[in-house]
Design a protein around this ligand. Structure first.
Ligand code: FAD
Length: 382
């Protein structure tokens, strides 16, 4: 159920203030340390950020998609690494359980996910199964009341801190593609599950990805999410949602960058006048603003459509494609408007330029979004 407008405004205002007062001032230090301070993580828990999308009956805020996107836009105004701390709990790490879990599975894990006591990860990608995610080779072999998992995942966000993984594994080796894949809720402490040290990345320092390996990990059949062979369906529905959430964050980063550009271009003078008075600089600001507005409209309209119960595979892919490409262009123009300062670390623009690059790759690269959009458009006949 949607929040009343006043409560919604209060929530957004609270997140906006937290971002401005607590997160923005420590962005550079978090990037340098490659870590978000523990006390800030505790504050995130206190504000309910880990449980934004978890139903209220399990202790979450139970936001609908439009509300979650409005919060996502606010979160995008600080380094996206902060959002990543709880991003898997809000999105890909929890929503399979919310959408496909049994009542008992939900009762067991959702309250801890909502409070942040349990950190979750979503483990789909493998060395040989990236864009072709239906090609997962991690095996889940039925043995009595258990499944035995063997294989490896890579680039798994928050795996280092996760105590619960949603893992896609092949239960039917004879079935081609996604149809032989099932989803499992796998606790971190099961023997045989190993998490590697974090990868060094281009951006979003403070957010971490790891390899996860399964060596004869015995998972009770009770932990299967949905029916056997339904794993790919779980993954795709989780990603439809996740793509919208990411698109909202892209809008937030773009709006923040535009505000930074306006402030800088108004202050900095060349040829005896502020940069903002030069029409070629104004054109860059106009292009960025127009594209950010278009992305905002597309993201929120798609979120509202999803909230009606409609399928939004096409629209969510279009939002992810447009918003992630848009924020890349906005960040590039921001570097240009800042000139040399845009290239220098102290101003923070080059950091955001690096941070946003991943949005065009994860949760389906731009090329994959185009495949989805074309497939769905052809299916719909226009
Ligand atoms: C920071 C980060 C966080 C991540 N978090 C997670 C996570 O939490 N869980 C998880 O499961 N995964 C995660 N991933 C993995 C991510 O989803 C994949 O990297 C992504 O889906 C792309 O897969 P790939 O890297 O194997 O690239 P590839 O599939 O090898 O693709 C390489 C390039 O080829 C293009 N390409 C591939 N196939 C086609 C085609 N048919 N037509 C046209 N072009 C094509 C792609 O678009 C891309 O440009 C994360 C990755 C990173 C870097």
């Amino acid at each position: 159920m949607a929040l009343d407008l006043e409560t919604r405004e209060q929530l957004i205002d609270m997140v906006r203030r937290f971002v401005a007062e607590r997160l923005r001032p420590i962005e550079a230090k978090v990037a340098e340390d490659d870590a978000v301070p523990a006390e800030v993580v505790e504050e995130m828990k206190g504000l309910g950020l880990f449980g934004l999308s978890i139903p209220e009956e399990f202790g979450g805020l139970g936001l609908n998609m439009e509300e979650e996107c409005l919060v996502g836009i606010e979160l995008g105004r600080a380094s996206p690494a902060f959002r990543s701390v709880f991003g898997t709990n809000v999105g890909i790490g929890s929503q399979g359980l919310v959408m496909f879990g049994t009542d008992d599975q939900k009762a067991k894990w959702l309250p801890g996910i909502a409070s942040g006591e349990i950190v979750t990860s979503f483990a789909l990608t493998e060395p040989e199964a990236g864009s072709d995610s239906g090609a997962v080779q991690t095996r889940a072999t039925r043995d009595g009341d258990d499944y035995v998992l063997n294989g490896g995942k890579r680039f798994i966000t928050n795996a280092g801190k996760a105590s619960l993984f949603t893992v896609m594994a092949r239960t039917n080796p004879d079935a081609k593609g996604g149809s032989g894949v099932s989803a499992f809720l796998v606790p971190r402490d099961l023997p045989g599950l190993e998490v590697s040290k974090p990868e060094k990345k281009m951006g979003q320092q403070g957010a971490h990805i790891h390899d996860v390996t399964f060596d004869n990990v015995r998972v009770p059949a009770w932990n299967r999410l949905g029916e056997e062979g339904e794993g790919f369906k779980v993954a795709m529905q989780v990603l439809d949602r996740g793509r919208l959430h990411i698109s909202a964050v892209c809008v937030g980063v773009a709006e923040r960058l535009i505000a930074d550009c306006v402030a800088y271009a108004s202050e900095r003078k060349q040829f005896g006048a502020p940069l903002a008075s030069f029409q070629m600089v104004q054109a860059m600001i106009a292009d960025s603003k127009t594209e950010a507005l278009a992305a905002r409209a597309l993201v929120l309209e798609t979120a509202r459509l999803r909230d009606t119960g409609a399928g939004v595979t096409l629209e969510a892919a279009a939002a992810k494609l447009f918003a992630s490409e848009m924020v890349g262009r906005v960040a590039d123009r921001a570097v240009q408007i800042f000139g040399g300062a845009g290239y220098v670390a102290d101003y923070g623009i080059e950091r955001l330029y690096r941070d946003v690059r991943i949005f065009r790759i994860y949760e389906g690269a731009s090329e994959i979004q185009k495949l989805v959009i074309a497939r769905e458009t052809l299916k719909r006949g226009g």
